[in-house]
Write a protein that binds this ligand. Structure first.
Ligand code: G1P
Length: 286
């Protein structure tokens, strides 16, 4: 099975739930502890061996591209003043092996549409990852292995698409994609075949409490399905609906249950929790 080498990261959203912070800066550039949210996510991809990032972006988001570009004047100035440690830290943001490509999403037509905007940047048959930058997925404090890395190992072993999931309270199932594993559920760090997935179901129609948290390893076929995917929940073209069709075609799709923890930084409560928890662990707070 081909290794996943490219990750599509949709960054064209407005970030209305992070206002007023996100009024003049992209929500992906909002910091969590010591670096922008998007840097956490790109580091997660690099740790899983994914070195090519495709940002699906829009006007007003140039700061994200700049963050992963060389800043020649800054680096020259740090070099001239012998600030080697800071220079190294700046250069680590975009290590030489990282390749960042940007493509525009001209209209906000949903996650499935955003992902499809990157279709022409993949080779025919090439699998890919999708990472949603609203959510940070971090290993437990005593662990260094990322869930994306574990999930990539399952991909290699089973050759089935992988969808990362975690438990959510019943009251929150209508905010997420919810997976159906036919009654049994994978244990943490494990994958299990899925037989369905539904976007933002009502609680009494949800097939489980296992929610899609925004990390996917998908076959190229999804791009063809997205090309003619009609709008679904919220009148948006949903990635979830294309994954459901992929399953109906008989392709292997598995739910990978997160071993670490997630922080939904797309809203103020989750973003504050991420900062409080991770700042304490990093030694910035008493
Ligand atoms: C998207 C996906 C949904 C997933 C969620 C995770 O929804 O469509 O399946 O559970 O991300 O954050 P959105 O948050 O864009 O409405």
């Amino acid at each position: 099975m081909t290794q996943v080498r490219k990750a599509i990261i949709p960054v064209a959203g407005f970030g209305t739930r992070l206002l007023p912070i996100s009024k003049a800066i992209p929500k992906e550039m909002v910091p969590v502890v010591d670096r922008p949210i998007i840097q956490h996510v790109v580091e997660e991809a690099l740790a899983a061996g994914i070195q090519e990032i495709i940002l699906v972006t829009r006007t007003g988001k140039a700061a994200i591209e700049d963050h992963f570009d060389t800043h020649f004047e800054l680096e020259a100035s740090l070099e001239n003043s012998n600030k080697q440690a800071i220079l190294d830290m700046v250069r680590e943001i975009a290590p030489p092996e990282l390749k960042v490509t940007c493509v525009r999403q001209a209209q906000a037509r949903g996650l499935g549409h955003a992902v499809h905007c990157a279709a022409h940047l993949l080779s025919d048959g090439e699998p890919f990852a999708v990472l949603l930058p609203d959510v940070l997925v971090k290993p437990m404090p005593n662990d260094s292995r990322h869930d994306l890395t574990r999930m990539a190992a399952h991909w290699q072993a089973s050759q089935a698409a992988q969808i990362m999931v975690e438990d959510v309270p019943a009251a929150e199932v209508d905010r997420y994609g919810i997976v159906d594993c036919g009654g049994s559920e994978p244990s943490c760090g494990e994958s299990q075949p899925m037989c369905g997935v539904v976007e933002k179901p009502a609680v009494n129609e949800a097939p489980s409490r296992l929610s899609v948290i925004g990390r996917y390893l998908l076959p190229y076929r999804i791009m063809s399905l997205l090309a003619d995917q009609p709008p679904g929940a919220g009148n948006e073209i949903q990635l979830t609906d294309a994954i459901a069709r992929l399953m109906r075609e008989g392709a292997g799709v598995e739910a990978y249950r997160m071993y670490g923890r997630s922080f939904d930084c797309g809203n103020l409560k989750g973003w504050n929790k991420a900062n409080a928890t991770l700042a304490r662990e990093a030694g910035y707070l008493e």
